[in-house]
Ligand binder design. Structure first.
Ligand SMILES: Cc1cc2nc3c(=O)[nH]c(=O)nc-3n(C[C@H](O)[C@H](O)[C@H](O)COP(=O)(O)OP(=O)(O)OC[C@H]3O[C@@H](n4cnc5c(N)ncnc54)[C@H](O)[C@@H]3O)c2cc1C
Length: 619
């Protein structure tokens, strides 16, 4: 039975950044990943990673002047900050010129429809420049300006060109820079590659490690640790049209939930405006940042109606809704009028080749179209999970409505966590940043915890019992339900009834369907009973996870009787102005969903607002 100081589940940007922080302190750290580390979904990120480096001068910008509004709500209410992030490790704060961390911070709060915890967003915006330079010093192959500085491009909702990028393969560049650092420290960082985490070891509010299943041998084992960090990524795979990798099945989120930890703000799922029609494969927002147009079936630039100043560069939730309205009102393209177009031609061939090589290749390969010559069919696709495991700004998992009650030795980072940096809607390129920042913070906190004398918790006698029972139930079942068929039903239901727009009737039907699928899932049987790379078994386990957290998404969405950011209810949406009808009086609060025997119990916790006052969100 392996034992480490820290075990990290997930080898994306969050997991590997956390591992380096722990390794730096000389502690013994392990990374567990169900896919080879370099196949983590972070590597698929295209458009960029945000930081207010201010590398593009005002003269070269084609943007309206930046504005901050609603500042200084109540300076008396300050965040309980554990680190002075403005002077991290003695370095002076980043100098403010045309772009600044302050402006970045404001853009995040506004972009998140003010459901953002402002301390988390402040931390991200102010740590960003230093963490980007760290990637640079590790040799991350960022695209460059002619003078050699990191190039930056525009992204929706950011008031300055803030996205640092490596053509349209930014995630790949960052993930490999990190993986190289992990390899450099291979003697100190143990990697369990192709191990599937099945359970958390948690007793009396203290976490003592995880239960893992070795996909290569079918062996069940325990990995004990003084501190455990979840960095298991997002859960877009619960929807039929998604940009997410096959591994993004929300395992960490579901496993935390099953262990009594609430899930926060799960109803906020981001739909990316430009997934390839039906396939969901992402065509990065960078295309619009570089100047691509969105067209409806009549070849009109329809964003004129929805975000006249920002046009295609509006934030994702607004653009995805605009597309969906065009489709709902019969202005889509194709025989069923069920998609719109992304037109690359305004960018010009030379710049496409230079800045968007990967996505133009994806278009050619997957839909056999030439993006230099014709517009490409696209639709909103499930992309990012704003919600997740609740953590405070140290990355510690907190389970109550006051952010006070911690699970000892348990941390979460990256997309599976909810520090509420993004509130109700994430701005593009802020997620690679958030994964890096929260990974760094969780790693740092785990180190402090262990250096403060944390003991190795005793192992409960039945640590593997639940995981063992789960495996046996699936392997020995002959109930006759087919796993792939159930998964398809779940995904299609989530897409249709809990998608870009929701309403009470459809959400109720969606919930009834999930409950029915949960019952049928108990009869799921698989034909492969083998021990070596039993992908049928893995699929069934992942489906079980998706059925659990999908219920939390829907219950949260039903209870949230307003529209805010990525959560849009048709009953609370103005079809004349195309605006969300937000209800700050009743719903400016975070949802927490707890697992009970008969379903989800909801509770709410306050949003940390101390700098920017909530205002109407217009672009
Ligand atoms: C196509 C695409 C493009 C994107 N582009 C951008 C962009 O340009 N800019 C931006 O900021 N954001 C972008 N995002 C979002 C961003 O990439 C992710 O939010 C971020 O990379 C998540 O990082 P992570 O470390 O939390 O998780 P991931 O990189 O998803 O890694 C999850 C890890 O957890 C492991 N894991 C999960 N479950 C288990 C289990 N049960 N047992 C063992 N291991 C497990 C996996 O093996 C994997 O290593 C994009 C997302 C997608 C899908």
């Amino acid at each position: 039975m392996p034992t480490h100081d820290v075990v990290i589940v997930g080898a994306g940007l969050a997991g590997m950044r956390a591992a380096l922080e722990v390794c730096k302190a000389g502690l013994d750290v392990a990374i567990v990943s169900k896919v080879h580390p370099s196949r983590s979904h972070s590597g698929a990120a295209q458009g960029g990673i945000a930081a207010a480096l201010d590398n593009v001068g005002i003269a070269e910008r084609n943007m309206p002047p930046a504005k901050i509004s609603g500042e200084n709500v109540d300076e008396k209410v300050t965040a309980d900050t554990p680190v002075d992030w403005r002077t991290m490790e003695g370095k002076p704060a980043y100098e403010v010129k045309n772009d600044s961390p302050l402006l970045h911070w404001f853009d995040i709060c506004k972009g998140g429809d003010y459901l953002v915890d402002q301390d988390a967003a402040e931390l991200c915006a102010f740590l960003a420049p230093q963490l980007i330079y760290e990637y640079e010093h590790w040799g991350c192959a960022f695209s460059r300006l002619p003078d050699g500085r990191i190039a930056q491009r525009e992204f929706g909702g950011h008031q300055a060109p803030r996205a640092c990028y490596a053509a349209d393969r930014t995630g790949h560049a960052c993930l490999h820079a990190l993986f190289e650092q992990v390899m450099k420290n291979a003697k100190k960082i143990k990697i369990y590659s192709e191990f599937l985490m099945l359970d958390l070891i948690l007793r009396d509010g203290v976490c003592g490690g995880i239960v893992v299943y070795d996909l290569r041998t079918g062996q069940l084992d325990v990995i004990r640790a003084k501190a455990t960090i979840f960095a298991t990524g997002g859960y877009g795979r619960a929807f039929s049209v998604t940009t997410n990798a096959f591994a993004s099945t929300g395992d960490g989120v579901a496993i935390a939930y099953r262990n009594g930890i609430p899930l926060e703000d799960m109803e906020f799922v981001q739909f990316h405006p430009t997934g390839l029609y039906r396939l969901g494969i992402l065509l990065s927002e960078a295309a619009r940042g570089e100047g691509a147009y969105l067209l409806n079936g009549k070849m009109e630039r329809f964003m004129q109606r929805y975000a006249p100043t920002k046009m295609e560069k509006g934030p994702r939730d607004i653009v995805a809704r605009a597309e969906q309205i065009e489709i709902m009102e019969g202005r889509g393209g194709g025989p069923n009028k069920d998609y719109v177009y992304l037109d690359f031609r305004p960018i010009g061939e030379k710049r496409i080749r230079e800045a968007l090589p990967q996505i133009s290749e994806l278009v050619r390969r997957f839909v056999n179209l030439d993006p230099f010559k014709e517009p490409v069919p696209i639709q909103p696709s499930a992309h990012y999970s704003m919600g997740g495991i609740p953590v405070n700004i140290k990355g510690e998992v907190v389970v109550d409505t006051q952010n006070e009650q911690k699970i000892i030795g348990f941390y979460a980072a990256g997309e599976c966590s909810c520090m509420s940096v993004h509130g109700a809607n994430r701005l593009g390129v802020n997620s690679l940043l958030e994964a890096t920042v929260t990974g760094y913070l969780a790693g740092k906190s785990a180190v402090e915890f262990i250096q403060g004398g944390a003991p190795l918790p005793d192992l409960p006698p039945d640590a593997t019992a639940r995981a063992d029972a789960e495996l046996k139930a699936i392997l020995n079942n002959d109930g006759g339900e087919n796993c792939a068929a159930l998964a398809k039903e779940l995904k299609e239901t989530m897409m249709e009834k809990c998608g870009v727009f929701r309403d009470e009737d459809n959400l109720k039907k969606c919930l009834a369907k999930i409950k029915d699928l949960q019952v049928r899932f108990r009869r799921v049987s698989i034909s492969d009973k083998g021990k070596t790379f039993n992908t049928a078994l893995q699929d069934a386990i992942e489906l079980g996870h998706m059925l659990d957290f999908s219920e939390v998404i829907v219950v949260g969405a039903l209870a949230r009787k307003e529209s805010r950011g990525g959560h849009a209810r048709l009953e609370y949406f103005d079809m004349k102005t195309y605006e969300n009808i937000r209800d700050d009086e009743n719903f400016l609060k975070h949802t927490l969903g707890y697992k009970e025997d008969d379903g989800v119990r909801l509770a709410y916790k306050p949003v940390k607002i101390y700098k920017f006052k909530p205002e109407a969100r217009k672009y």
